[in-house]
Design a protein around this ligand. Structure first.
Ligand code: GTP
Ligand code: MG
Length: 363
């Protein structure tokens, strides 16, 4: 049941109104203006209507309305004046202050009921509309903000696209250098130090997400300064020693600068992840300048690459059953892979040795 407040210093009036309204509402009664305001302070938000006498001790009805205006309650709660034939100017003052209606004495129960009911329904409707308008305003403000952000972004789009082109150039530069090494090895030693290369440019969404997550500003300069893996090159090798050989050869090139090395083969991650990561500065040659770009090169074996793509899936799937068991078994697989990779390498060495023997005999 909705709460309504009856404020009147005459007990008889309070009782009459209570009798009329108590079947439909939770009727709260107060004897003076001050007590009424105290009640509203606490329960204003749950009060559906106020029936208010004008002549009362402490604070009169007009003062109550003036204070209700200041706290905003006049807008949200209908006030019905309990009137005993007040002068026209008093009624007009009440209307000025925002009174919604008048309940005249002697009280007629059906008129009182209907006036209170109408007032409550109308205000509920009005409040609902106001809330809708407010919600729409919030939405409009949000849309406005999004449009402004997009406009800002658009302004940046050209430098962003330019930066992405430069990262793409860095990827091409490193890929070419690796391919040259592979071709040379193939020619000289009849073998390839890597099986394949997979490259990727970090997507705008992923760039945005990483900058936000790490608390960096979302600007083109900030991408250049703070993200080391916008240009990503993954080199998949057959054998562990190829990884170190290739990394060393790349590093030795006199215009490549090694910024950071993370050797997760010597120091595997607790989950079993093994790879060699190099963060490099590589020069790109543009029409007007030579520029150094940062790139992340990951070297790993074929088997470890297979493992990492499965493990990566586990990380990004939200609901996987038996996660602990899968993590435990992935770790066992990673350890077996290491064992297998080194066994294969040993076998390769043995085969290579005997091949040399045969070759020598053939001569
Ligand atoms: P990011 O913020 O993710 O770049 O990590 P980081 O800056 O600490 O560098 P880290 O060398 O640990 O990882 C760089 C990248 O290596 C990752 O983005 C992944 O592509 C890969 N990587 C690192 N650890 C793992 C791992 O445990 N599992 C798999 N599948 N990939 C990994
Ligand atoms: Mg990364």
């Amino acid at each position: 049941m909705q709460k309504i407040l009856v404020v009147d210093d005459a007990e008889l009036n309070r009782e009459f109104l209570n009798d009329i309204l108590e079947d439909d509402y939770l009727v709260e009664m107060r004897e003076d203006g001050e007590a009424a305001l105290k009640f509203l302070e606490q329960y204003g938000g749950e009060t559906a209507a106020v029936l208010l006498d004008l002549h009362m001790p402490k604070k009169d009805g007009l003062e109550v309305m003036m204070e209700m205006e200041q706290t905003g309650w006049m807008d949200g709660i209908p006030v019905l004046i309990i009137s005993s034939e007040y002068a026209a100017e008093v009624e007009s003052r009440c209307l000025e202050l925002g009174a919604f209606d008048f309940i005249h004495k002697p009280f007629d129960s059906s008129i009182v009921k209907n006036r209170v009911k109408n007032a409550i329904e109308l205000f509920a409707h009005k409040n609902q509309l106001e809330q809708k308008v407010e919600e729409q305003e919030v939405m409009l403000r949000k849309q406005d903000r999004i449009i402004r952000i997009q406009a800002e972004k658009l302004k940046e789009a050209e430098p962003f696209n330019r930066l992405m082109m430069e990262y793409q150039a860095a990827i091409m530069e490193i890929e070419t250098r690796l391919k040259v090494l592979n071709a040379e090895f193939s020619q000289e030693y009849n073998r390839n130090p890597f099986e394949s290369i997979k490259s990727r440019l970090k997507t705008p969404a992923s760039i945005y997400e990483k900058l936000e997550r790490k608390g960096y500003p979302v600007t083109v300069d900030s991408i250049r300064e703070n993200l080391k893996d916008v240009a990503g090159i993954r080199v998949i090798c057959s054998f562990p020693d190829d990884i170190y050989r290739l990394a060393a050869l790349l590093n030795k090139q006199d215009d490549i600068i090694l910024l950071r090395k993370k050797d997760y083969i010597q120091n595997p991650k607790p989950n079993g992840y093994r790879s060699l990561h190099l963060i490099l500065n590589v020069p790109i040659f543009l029409s007007k300048e030579k520029k150094y770009m940062m790139a992340e090169v990951q070297f790993r074996t074929i088997a470890m690459d297979f493992w990492a793509s499965l493990e990566h899936k586990l990380k990004y799937k939200k609901h996987v059953n038996d996660t602990d068991e899968i993590v435990r078994r992935l770790k066992l697989c990673a350890d077996s892979i290491e064992d297998l990779d080194y066994q294969m390498q040993e076998l390769r060495d043995k085969i290579d040795l005997s091949k040399e023997h045969v070759d020598v005999e053939a001569v």
